[in-house]
Design a binder for this molecule. Sequence first.
Ligand SMILES: [Zn+2]
Length: 354
Amino acid sequence: MTTSVMLPDNPTLDEYKKRLAELSERGVTEFARAANADELEAARIEFLGDQRGKLREFQIVLGKLPKEARPEAGRLFNAAKARLTDALELRRQEIAKLGDDSTTRPADLTMPARRSWRGAKHPVTLVIEEIEGIFRELGFTIAIGPEAETEWYNFGALNFPPNHPAMDLHDTLYLSGEGLLRTHTSPVQIRTLQRYAPPIRVLIPGRVYRRDFFDPSHAPAFEQIEGLCIDEGISFVDLKATLTRFANRFFGQRPTRFRPSFFPFTEPSAEMDVQCGVCGGQGCGVCKQTGWVEILGSGMVHPAVLEAAGVDSERYSGWAFGMGPGRIAISRYGIPDIRILYDSDVRFLEQISE
Ligand SMILES: [Zn+2]
């Protein structure tokens, strides 16, 4: 609120003109300064109110002026009233456009624009994409398949005899009715062999499920990626050469080794290790003092698997491998707890995003 414009009871014409000019100047300023409809209404009452508005005083005093001064004073009064009324209306329209928001200020066009939020790729996605890129260069294509599978595709066709001890490794999530959630991506090998004739080179990424508790190193759902190569005359040499080339591209020029292993669907089978990148083979906590880190399981596709998928195992042979991109991401980025991969915490993802 502004202080009242002091107007003597019996002013001269000059005093009247001077005070009236001051009043209209202040009124125009107050209207323009009003930030919202409420403030504007308060200013309107102060200056243009019927009962106690400041302009009303000038109307009353108008009748007390000397007779000869009244025409000019009246004209000035009307002009001042018109000026205030116009300023009020102008500000009323401006506020209506601003949406009557009391916090609204004129936009500051010099402020830097907000950056649009783009998110970040998940570390497991980064690992999968890098693996896919390397194998694409080696002539592999990507194949995918269903996550809900039949027992035959998940076990039977992959040479798991009924009640074979290896099935205990896969504590399976069975669906009500029939079917199960696939415990590995290997059923897609069978589906690919059934659908396409050799030569086949496919890379199979996908989510798999195990009946595991969520703990720092286990999860009931995780990503797997495997590869399959089938053609005439494929031998273990091809397996070794291709996987060594992959390891050198992915992990750098570090020594690799193959250890004999067992899987129902390959024969012979081998685990592949890469020399520990932390200690350089000397032995440390990361490699459990062995100097080596296991990266994948592999082997020559068992003839029974080829036959189950309708492929002539006398004519064709091949190899397969499988690995866990989640475990690779954990070791590559030094993630202490596998559960962090499932938190969807953007602050974590942004640290790793490349
Ligand atoms: Zn080590």
